[in-house]
Design a protein around this ligand. Structure first.
Ligand SMILES: [Zn+2]
Length: 417
C-alpha cells in the first residue's frame, strides 16, 4: 500500500436517473498526470451510502480497537528502525483491512498524513536524497529530519485515531437517522409522511445535533480540491459513452473567449443538433480524505430525504437497500453466495414455483377425471385417488423448497416414482 500509485475515488450522482456511480482511479505512472478508472459500480440512489454505513458499523469497532493497541506500542525513539518498521507494518495492515470494508475507505489513503510523513521519514532513513543533487545533507541533518518526520507520524496517528473514533459515532448517528427518516418498514405511524417531514421530526424532537442542526439542505461543505489533486490532470473514463456534464465549473471565461476569437462555430447548427438530445447533469464528488466520506454521506442523505426515497430491509438478506426501479421493491440487487442477486433469486424461485403448481394442477385434474371414470367399475378408485393426492401434495411442498428435483416431482405425480 505504501508504494501503491495514487488512488482516489469519484462519486457521481445522477438524480435525474436515480442512479449513482462510484469510480476508483489510479495514476497511470508516478510521473503521469493521467488517471485510469480501475472499477466502476452503478447502483440506485443512496445504495453506496447505505452499504458504507452497514459494512462500517460492523467492521469499524474491532479495527479501531486494534489500532488503539498498536498506538500504545508507538515509541518516540525515531532511531529504533526495527520497531518502527514493525509498527508501520501493523498500521498498513489496518489500512488494508479498512479498505476491504468499503471502497470509500480505500480512496482516502493516498493523501493520508500518516503515510505521507512516513514516506518522508523513509526518504531520509534510506538516504534516498542521494539520488538527487543533495550532497550537502549532513548526517546531522538526516538525523534531524528523521526525528522531525517520525514525530509527525506519531502526531498524525494520534489525530487519525481520534478521527476514526468519531467516525463510529457519526456512523451510528447516520444509521439512526436513516431508519427514522427513510425506512418505511419501521415506524408505521409515519408511513404517510414525506421523508422531509420525518427528517424534520427527527431533528426537532430527537437529535438536535444531527446535521449540525442546519437545515437539511445546506450541510455539505466541499473542500478545495486544488491542493489535493493536480489541477491539469486528465481523466480517462473507461467503457463510458454516456453524455455527462460534470458539475465541476471551470473558471475560464468562455463567453469573452468566444467573442474575441471570432469563432468558426455555427451556433444555430449546434443548437439544432441538441434539440432532440436530452443531456443529464451529474454531480461529482471526489474522495481523497476521511472528511470527504462524511461529506458524501451527508450529501447522499439529504438527497434521499429531498427525493422522498424509501429504503427498507431486503426480504431475502435483511440488509437495507434503496429501490432500483419501483418504490415497493422487496428484494435488493446484492449478489449472494449463489452468484444471483436477491431480486433475481426471488424471481427464479417464483417462476419455478409457478411451474410446479401448473404441473400439479394438470395432474390433479387428470387423476380426478380418471377416478370419476372408474368409480363404478373399480370401487378402490376413490382410495387410490386420495392416496395419490396426499403424495402429490407432499411432493409439491418438497419441490418448492428445492428438496425434490423437477424430474423427481414429475415422476411422483405421473405415478412413475
Ligand atoms: Zn438482499
Amino acid at each position: 500500500m505504501l508504494n501503491e500509485p495514487v488512488i482516489f475515488g469519484r462519486f457521481i450522482v445522477n438524480s435525474t436517473q436515480g442512479r449513482e456511480y462510484f469510480e476508483i482511479y489510479k495514476k497511470i505512472s508516478p510521473d503521469s498526470n493521467q488517471y485510469r478508472c480501475l472499477e466502476r459500480t452503478q447502483t440506485a440512489l443512496g445504495q453506496h451510502f447505505l452499504d458504507f454505513l452497514e459494512n462500517s458499523e460492523e467492521a469499524l469497532h474491532p479495527i479501531v480497537e486494534h489500532y488503539n493497541k498498536v498506538f500504545k506500542y508507538l515509541d518516540k525513539d525515531y532511531l529504533d528502525q526495527r520497531k518502527i518498521h514493525t509498527t508501520m507494518d501493523f498500521i498498513i495492515k489496518i489500512y488494508e483491512n479498512l479498505s476491504g470494508v468499503h471502497p470509500f475507505w480505500r480512496s482516502t489513503f493516498n493523501l493520508n498524513p500518516v503515510l505521507t510523513s512516513y514516506k518522508w521519514y523513509e526518504f531520509y532513513y534510506l538516504r534516498e536524497y542521494m539520488n538527487f543533487d543533495a550532497s550537502d545533507i549532513t548526517e546531522a541533518d538526516r538525523d534531524d529530519k528523521m526525528q522531525h518526520y517520525w514525530e509527525q507520524v506519531r502526531k498524525n496517528i494520534m489525530h487519525e485515531l481520534k478521527e476514526l473514533e468519531e467516525f463510529q459515532n457519526f456512523i451510528s448517528s447516520m444509521r439512526n437517522a436513516v431508519t427514522f427518516c427513510l425506512d418505511y418498514s419501521s415506524f408505521l405511524e409515519f408511513s404517510k409522511l414525506h421523508t422531509q417531514q420525518r427528517a424534520y421530526l427527527y431533528q426537532s424532537h430527537f437529535d438536535s445535533n444531527f446535521m449540525r442542526n442546519q437545515p437539511i439542505q445546506n450541510i455539505f461543505n466541499l473542500s478545495d480540491r486544488a491542493s489535493a489533486l493536480n489541477p491539469d490532470r486528465k481523466i480517462h473514463f473507461s467503457n463510458n459513452n454516456d453524455v455527462m456534464v460534470s458539475s465541476i465549473i471551470s473558471n475560464a471565461n468562455y463567453y469573452e473567449l468566444i467573442k474575441k476569437t471570432k469563432t468558426s462555430l455555427d451556433f444555430s447548427a449546434l443548437a439544432a443538433s441538441l434539440e432532440k438530445t436530452s443531456i443529464e447533469t451529474t454531480t461529482n464528488l471526489d474522495i481523497t480524505t476521511l472528511e470527504d466520506i462524511k461529506t458524501i454521506c451527508l450529501y447522499t442523505f439529504s438527497l434521499l430525504v429531498s427525493n422522498n426515497v424509501h429504503v427498507r430491509p431486503c426480504k431475502n438478506c435483511g440488509r437495507l437497500f434503496s429501490p432500483y426501479n419501483r418504490k415497493d421493491e422487496l428484494y435488493c440487487s446484492r449478489t449472494q453466495a449463489n452468484s444471483k442477486t436477491c431480486r433475481d433469486d426471488y424471481y427464479d424461485k417464483q417462476i419455478h414455483a409457478d411451474e410446479l403448481i401448473r404441473y400439479y394442477r394438470t395432474a390433479y385434474k387428470r387423476e380426478n377425471a380418471r377416478k370419476q371414470r372408474n368409480i363404478i367399475n373399480k370401487p378402490s378408485s376413490e382410495k387410490e385417488f386420495t392416496q395419490w393426492a396426499k403424495k402429490a401434495k407432499k411432493a409439491l411442498e418438497k419441490a418448492k423448497k428445492g428438496d425434490l428435483s423437477f424430474d423427481e416431482f414429475k415422476k411422483i405425480l405421473d405415478r412413475e416414482g
